[in-house]
Design a protein around this ligand. Sequence first.
Ligand SMILES: [Zn+2]
Length: 102
Amino acid sequence: METPADTAQGRSDPPGRCWCCGSIDDPGLLVHLGNHPEVAMCLPCARWAAKEAGAIEDRSKSGPLVTVREGFRGLRHEVLNRNWHRHPVFERPLRWLGKHLP
Ligand SMILES: [Zn+2]
């Protein structure tokens, strides 16, 4: 019998596994896709997907707010490239900022 975790490819993942990064979390804390509830993402990956969607939407827009958001995205990429998001002191404040910035 097929379970909700079964995929279109016939793959079966344990409940609570994120389809994006593969981490395992409480199934109640995952975001499920509307037409494919078997596909779930953990909250950090769902935040990332929302940020990516915002960046794609901004490609067809212009204006000062778009410029500010692009600036924040550029800063985020610099932080990631320099691995500052893993720094023992700056990790927590940077992750907090990352949750609240575009
Ligand atoms: Zn994930």
